[in-house]
Design a protein around this ligand. Structure first.
Ligand code: NAP
Ligand code: BGC
Ligand code: ZN
Length: 353
């Protein structure tokens, strides 16, 4: 079967051929429909994040997948069901995090991430998966099911941010998303009805398709070259919620100053090492004297995936159409990895229902 992989020492994806996998006990065989591409895939290709499976000379890419069950293999799944896989798998058999359905909270060493670290991904004509790591997607959403994984990332991050504010009466009215990439824009769309004031920060000139999407969602575009994050509170008043999706490491610290009293910033970016100066005293004082919180969040579990399916159902069709700028057949997969200002969200298509 065809698969898209990166070889050790390379930074661009290539088409490889591999045998079709056989499902083991408790696993189903899935025929892949579409696999999305995000900033993490680009970080994996660049060598800044992730790792190859032990002993393998390549890593099959892809962690945002949707497919159709073709062999339930004795599991509870039905043949023909549309499913999306969660990303983490236990490296050496079950461990306590997986046993309680919280693989997203597992520390390093207790998980692999398919298509990212230590395990081949889903960018292939077929993949196998434990049945309990496959979440059902309604048939009518089959084309867009690859968006469930990134939506689930925000379901989790917001759940954790809210939990950090659950000890008091918190009624957030304003939110700023840092980053106008695919994760930032999906998150902005998820926030569209929940906040009176909604902002999204980028670093692009107009005309730009991401700025058009921000404004179509009735958000305010903030250019970080004119209003850097530390100036946000003076320019727009402090934010109750900041969602960092730039991967720009200074934003983790600067977002403390963009928060309103009692606000919380959720940090999602996965930056490389970068040493720089910060006013540690000022950050520490702001967090303490204004009851602010910083919450890091990674990955998501099946519960977040199920909630994400509902969220996807409610996203306006025009938004999904504009967000997904390209769905490319496997023979022109390179186009799905384009990294330019006209590309927002792409997917590789392996088949149709
Ligand atoms: P992406 O497409 O690369 O988006 C990042 C966006 O941030 C880009 O649009 C970029 O603008 C913008 N940006 C970067 N630095 C900026 C700055 N200084 N000021 C203003 N805008 C800036 O990536 P993505 O897929 O949306 O993901 C975002 C980040 O979240 C990545 O670091 C990714 O690894 C991470 N992530 C984490 C999780 C998790 O579980 N924690 C899940 C998914 C993704 P330009 O395009 O104009 O350069
Ligand atoms: C994926 C997550 C993963 C994270 C860190 C993200 O792009 O969506 O599932 O945990 O990268 O590798
Ligand atoms: Zn991702």
């Amino acid at each position: 079967m065809k698969a898209i992989a990166v070889r050790r020492g390379e930074t661009t994806p290539e088409l490889v051929r591999k045998p079709r996998p056989d499902p083991g006990p408790g696993e189903a065989l899935v025929r892949t429909l579409r696999v999305g591409v995000d900033g993490t895939d680009h970080e994996v290709l660049a060598g800044g994040h992730g790792s190859f499976p032990d002993g393998a000379d390549h890593l099959v890419l892809g962690h945002e997948a949707v497919g159709v069950v073709v062999d339930p293999n004795g599991t509870d799944l039905e043949g023909g069901a549309v499913v999306t896989p969660t990303v983490r798998r236990p490296p050496d058999g079950e461990n306590e995090y997986f046993a309680r359905g919280e693989a997203d909270m597992a520390p390093a060493g207790k998980y692999h991430e398919r298509g990212i670290s230590g395990a081949h991904g889903f960018m292939a004509e077929y993949f196998t998966s434990p049945a309990d790591a496959l979440v059902s997607v309604p048939d009518r959403l089959a084309e867009w099911g690859f968006l469930v994984e990134p939506i689930s990332i925000t379901e989790k991050a917001v759940e954790h941010a809210r939990a950090s504010r659950s000890a008091f009466e918190w009624s957030p009215e304003s939110a700023m998303v840092l980053g106008n990439g695919s994760l930032g824009l999906l998150t902005l769309a998820m926030f569209r009805d929940d906040f009176d004031r909604l902002y999204c920060l980028g670093r692009r000139d107009r005309p730009d398709p991401t700025i058009e999407l921000i404004e179509a969602l009735e958000g305010t575009y903030v250019d970080s070259r004119e209003t850097p994050v530390p100036a946000v509170a003076d320019e727009y008043e402090g934010m109750d919620l900041v969602y960092e999706a730039t991967g720009y490491a200074k934003h983790a610290f600067e977002s403390v100053h963009a928060l309103a009293p009692n606000g919380v910033a959720a940090l999602l970016g996965v930056p490389e090492d970068w040493t720089f100066e910060v006013d540690g005293g000022g950050i520490h004082r702001e967090l303490v004297l204004h009851n602010k919180a910083l919450v890091g969040s990674v990955n998501s579990n099946a519960r977040h995936f199920r909630r994400a399916v509902d969220t996807l159902t409610e996203l306006p069709a025009w938004f999904v159409d504009d967000l997904v700028t390209g769905v490319h057949g496997v023979d022109e997969f390179e186009r799905a990895f384009a990294d330019d200002d006209t590309t927002i969200k792409t997917a590789v298509e392996f088949g149709t229902r």
